[in-house]
Design a protein around this ligand. Structure first.
Ligand SMILES: C[S@@+](CC[C@H](N)C(=O)[O-])C[C@H]1O[C@@H](n2cnc3c(N)ncnc32)[C@H](O)[C@@H]1O
Length: 322
């Protein structure tokens, strides 16, 4: 099954994600590519564990989805997201049996280490998300990244590094085959948590139409409010950047819609903020459902930015709910 970020809870519950197999082990694979690993690895268990796969490539997502379907692996959830967002926001403390990372992008150029997944912050969150007895498994052809990842795991203070042989399934992926054809070897490590300090999930919330928590404001617009142009506007907070890109008039209900680009760490969302007239003549500024937004501090700030832009145009705010 393919999940969007908005289909998850924050944190989610494996029993909700896998209602037919809630008692099986839970394995997360990061950067599954075309999905060759899981059919091989799942076969090494008496029953296929519950699988959560995360990828940033949409093409890979569709290829892997077809592969898992053809293999009859139904207790599998695939999602197109940066792994960092999924691990930090969706996965509960102490819930995973394994985290698998096969041939992660090595970011080999000097100065690009910050783009690497396997750094201290990742290991700290991973140690929280793994169950006692669980481990993160890395297989890579890239010697320098391998040493870097082992050093980062040690530096995290929450992982023990075991340099052991890879599971045979890790040698069946597309990239494993590519490097094997070039005559290159692989490195493998198990990162075993030595501590399980909880790293709290964030403050994300799903969008629910009736929920009063949907960010909004109520205001009175000046009688002559009729914007003819809109200049792009950027607002920065500690953890987010909001860019109000444009404002559109809506024809069906009267009113306007602002398009906002919201960046918070690894997560980017494009959201719409509606400005609609209410029966009493005031206007409601509210995050729109369109596009399946997640309610985050940055998205609340986008509603705030639209409200404050309207104040700059002479609106008087009666209520702020963001
Ligand atoms: C070198 S490929 C390896 C693919 C596959 N594991 C294999 O062995 O054939 C790395 C994969 O990681 C994915 N990826 C890179 N950064 C990611 C991130 N932050 N979250 C999830 N996937 C990511 C890429 O899209 C790519 O498919």
């Amino acid at each position: 099954m393919i999940f969007r970020l908005g289909d998850f809870r924050f944190p989610d519950d494996p029993a909700r994600l896998y209602p037919d197999t809630p008692d099986r082990p839970w394995v997360l694979e990061i950067g599954f590519g075309d999905g060759r690993f899981w059919p091989h690895y799942a076969r090494t268990f008496p029953e296929p564990p519950n699988y959560l796969g995360v990828e940033i490539s949409g093409v890979s997502l569709l290829k892997a989805h077809r592969r898992l379907k053809d293999a009859g692996l139904t207790n599998a959830v695939l999602t197109k997201l940066p792994a960092e967002v999924l691990v930090a926001q969706v996965i509960p403390h102490g819930s995973l049996d394994a985290i698998i990372v096969n041939f992660p992008d090595p970011w080999p150029k000097a100065g690009h280490e910050d783009h690497r997944l396997l750094r201290v912050p990742f290991f700290q969150v991973a140690a929280s998300r793994l169950k006692p007895g669980g481990a993160a498994l890395l297989t890579t052809d890239h010697d320098e990244y391998f040493e870097f990842a082992c050093a980062q795991a040690e530096a995290s203070g929450v992982m023990r590094v075991e340099r052991v042989g890879p599971p045979p399934a890790a040698l069946e992926t597309k990239y494993a085959q590519k490097w094997r054809d070039l005559g290159l070897g692989v490195n493998h490590a198990r990162f075993v948590p030595t501590r399980h300090d909880p790293v709290p999930n964030g403050t994300f919330a799903p969008y629910s139409e009736e929920d009063p928590a949907v960010p909004h404001a109520v205001l009175t617009l000046p009688a002559d409010f009729s914007p003819q142009h809109f200049d792009k506007l950027t607002v920065r907070g500690k953890t987010w950047t909001v860019v109000l890109l444009d404002l559109y008039a809506t024809l069906r209900r009267g009113g306007w819609v602002a398009l906002a680009h919201v960046v918070e760490g690894d997560l980017t969302q494009e959201v719409l903020v509606g400005i609609t007239e209410r029966e009493d003549g005031t206007h409601l500024v509210r995050l729109a459902k369109f596009g399946g937004p997640i309610i985050t501090p940055g998205v609340k700030a986008a509603v705030g930015a639209v409200t404050e832009w309207l104040e700059g145009q002479g609106a008087v705010v009666k209520h702020r709910g963001y």
